[in-house]
Design a protein. Structure first.
Length: 571
């Protein structure tokens, strides 16, 4: 080959993630594509006078990571500088949160809302019982925030997105007082005096979301740019934006609204979208009736989106909700949970004809319209109902290779796993969330069911191409932590194992963030592995992934990220 490569990586551990999980030493890139993979001796002749050569020095290179369920605009909107970070380990106490809120408020215009994201009572010192070294237990209160910011509204979302913490000014602007009736499925928490504590759970958050000024187009663009920059620093070159549309108008400050797709399209059109983005439309809000779905599905996409490079931005299908259909907005389980829950995890209930009927109607419409369907579902009873709905829709309207998938799927039953595998349908799991809440779930559903939660190994053994994702902003898009969690099944808080029989090996975990995610995108023929002819999206780690222990993997920094043959991040 007479023409030199644009970029060559040599002297490394190149995890190709091909069918045999081959490990090479080097690779070469030209015009955004991989043109050769092999030994140093095979690749060095491709080095020309204009070639950028990177000596990996034993470090690992692998395909650019594909976070297959990442609310990128929402993630950017709930991170600095647009919002204050109140997540662990940035904060460890309510005092830390109020100090961070005060600092952030001082940077904003006088009438601006102070928005934050990520607090978790499991890591706040004042909320832990004395036996655990804390001063509590107690819960956050509006007075905590009032003490530092009283002249403007403060709205802080809990890390799961199921609870919001407000100061008094935000409650006032939302029209919430002791007489306010929460919407169905929502809870306005009251203190012993009958006054709102400032905590709104589930659907009650819509009361304050409606009062927050909508995101501007400039805000959406800033949020997406910020999210892509963080993705680059994490080695992520592709992600699925899982739900943009009229059903997302009240989610994540409106970041999941239909306007966000138009901003993505503008960035792609101008050559400023340095990530491969797959989009699921969100035609219905959680619990919204199915009768409006046909009209929503027929609504036109932003003008010109069909003319864009589909390897940069594509609308693949729709996202719908299985859990959250009235009367329950939470997880729908076969058996009653044991610990009272926290309002965001699970609800026991017998089969409800209304819920099942709505779900079947939604799935049938979306399937018949030709869409790939990703369904948010958590409880085992809801998952079984969803898989039955998938099967009924497929029988009524046979299609080829639709690749529907279960989003979250944390309590997939063996029966449902078998059916999903038989049809080539998928499961998108969240190992970092498992790591985060393992101990909490022991007390909610019991240790046995908690150990089974997110049954990755069972799904793989059933024949499913499991994908793994962060669900950012629920967790940070740190795929190394996700790989470690899949290999260890340990608790973040205590390190205690939780379902070690569901552990998987390194190759399985890496595939979940690369080639399997590409398959979810119908893109495994051009991305997801480091093979000749595929796009040159590459993540380089500052160490050897193949020899690091699972605990060490979680701490391996990203050294370099290559997107479309261009270096977009270097440590």
């Amino acid at each position: 080959m007479s023409v030199g490569a644009d970029l060559v990586l040599i002297n490394g551990r190149v995890l190709t993630v091909d069918a045999a999980f081959t490990i090479a030493e080097a690779l070469a890139v030209r015009a955004g594509r991989i043109v050769a993979v092999g030994s140093d001796a095979e690749i060095r002749p491709l080095i020309g006078p204009e070639t950028t050569v990177i000596d990996l020095a034993g470090r690992s290179a692998l395909p650019g990571i594909d976070d297959s369920h990442l609310h990128a605009c929402a993630f950017g909107a709930t991170r600095p500088p647009l919002a204050v970070d109140v997540s662990h380990p940035a904060v460890g106490s309510i005092a830390d949160i109020t100090a961070a809120v005060a600092r952030h408020a001082a940077t904003l215009p006088p009438d601006a809302w102070v928005i934050g994201n990520g607090w978790d009572v499991g890591y706040l010192a004042e909320c832990a019982p004395p036996a655990a070294g804390g001063a509590g237990p107690r819960t956050p209160h509006r007075r905590d925030l009032d003490a530092v910011v009283s002249d403007r509204p403060v709205l802080l979302y809990e890390f799961t997105g199921h609870t919001a913490w407000l100061n008094s000014r935000a409650l006032e602007l939302a029209g919430i007082d002791r007489h306010t009736v929460a919407p169905p499925g929502g809870i306005i928490e009251l203190d012993p005096d009958g006054e709102p504590t400032g905590l709104l759970r589930e659907g009650a958050q819509n009361l304050v979301n409606a009062a927050v000024p909508p995101m501007t187009r400039a805000d959406r663009e800033r949020a997406i740019r910020a999210a892509v920059a963080i993705c680059h620093a994490e080695g992520i070159t592709s992600f699925t934006e899982p739900g943009l549309g009229p059903g997302g108008g009240s989610l994540f400050l409106g970041a999941a609204g239909a306007e966000t797709l138009a901003v993505y399209a503008d960035l792609a059109r101008s050559g400023e979208l340095d990530a491969r983005v797959s989009v699921l439309l969100l035609p219905l809000a959680m619990g919204e009736a199915a009768d409006v779905l046909p009209e929503r599905l027929s609504a036109p996409l932003p003008e010109g989106i069909g003319d864009l490079d589909p390897r940069l931005l594509r609308v693949l299908g729709v996202k719908v909700f299985a859990d959250g259909i009235p009367p329950s907005r939470t997880a729908w389980m076969h058996e009653e949970y044991v610990g009272g829950g926290n309002g965001c995890l699970c609800m026991h209930g017998s089969t409800d004809a209304l819920r099942v009927g709505e779900l079947r109607t939604i799935v049938r419409h979306a399937h018949a319209a030709g869409h790939q369907i990703g369904v948010h579902v958590t409880g085992d009873q809801a998952i079984d109902a969803l898989v039955e709905a998938f099967t009924e829709a497929a029988d009524a309207h046979p299609r080829e290779d639709e690749r529907h998938y279960v989003i979250h799927g944390d309590f997939c039953t063996p029966r449902s796993l078998r059916t999903l595998a038989e049809h080539g349908w998928g499961v998108n799991m969240n190992p970092a969330i498992k790591w985060t809440i393992a101990d909490l779930m022991d007390g909610v559903v019991g240790p046995e069911r908690s150990a089974y939660q997110w049954p990755v190994r069972s799904a793989v053994q059933a024949g499913i191409a499991v994908t793994a994702s962060s669900d950012a902003p629920i967790t940070h898009p740190d795929w190394r932590r996700g790989v470690s969690a899949m290999m260890l099944r340990e608790s973040k808080a205590t390190g205690k194992p939780s379902g070690p029989e569901q552990c998987v090996d390194l190759a399985t975990a890496v595939r979940a963030y690369t080639i399997n995610a590409a398959r979810q995108d119908f893109a495994e023929d051009w991305k997801g592995s480091l093979e000749v002819g595929k796009v040159a999206d590459i993540c380089v780690l500052a160490g050897d992934l193949t020899t690091a222990t699972p605990h060490e993997i979680a701490e391996l920094p990203v050294a370099l990220t290559v997107f479309d043959g261009r270096i977009v991040y270097s440590a």
